[in-house]
Design a protein around this ligand. Sequence first.
Ligand code: GTP
Ligand code: MG
Length: 168
Amino acid sequence: VPRFNAVVLGAGGVGKSALTVRFVKNSFTESYNPTIEETYRRDIFLDGERFTMEILDTAGAEQFTALNEGYIKAGHGFVLVFSLTYESSLREIDDIRQQIARIKGPDANVPIVVVGTKLDLVHEREVTRDKIRQLVNEWSLPFYETSAKQNWHVTDVFQDLLMQMRDR
Ligand code: GTP
Ligand code: MG
């Protein structure tokens, strides 16, 4: 079975673990437990073929971002996560995106999906769709708005990434 390594990166508390756990275990918890590092595995079918996706859920906390370089070297594809309820988490995505380009090389055509989380928290939303559209167009990256809580568009994220990794 072909195996790919996906790495989930983004600021602290944006919902990286909730997204990953929803995809892998189909569950959600309201309580917040900051991650140090966690690896998950799930088999996915794409066009009738089975793939194993190993998903590394990383720590968003500032003191761990020095580890990003190693994660980026080891990863085949990346899920860049920000929260729709927290505008400044979008800036961190841009930093990470540039870090990936620097480490993998600017023309490496690295599989990446950008994810805005917590779509269900409509009243707390800080980032407009126009703002994101403008950025992801500039970056030429696919983008999804998700809710791990409501299980909205979570599978789409990982399917898209798998497709990019397979077709590379
Ligand atoms: P670190 O591991 O510290 O980097 O955080 P993280 O990015 O993994 O965030 P985590 O998934 O732990 O979620 C942080 C908090 O946001 C938790 O209390 C989650 O329950 C909540 N949360 C995550 N995703 C959603 C969502 O889609 N909707 C709602 N309402 N809450 C969410
Ligand atoms: Mg986490």
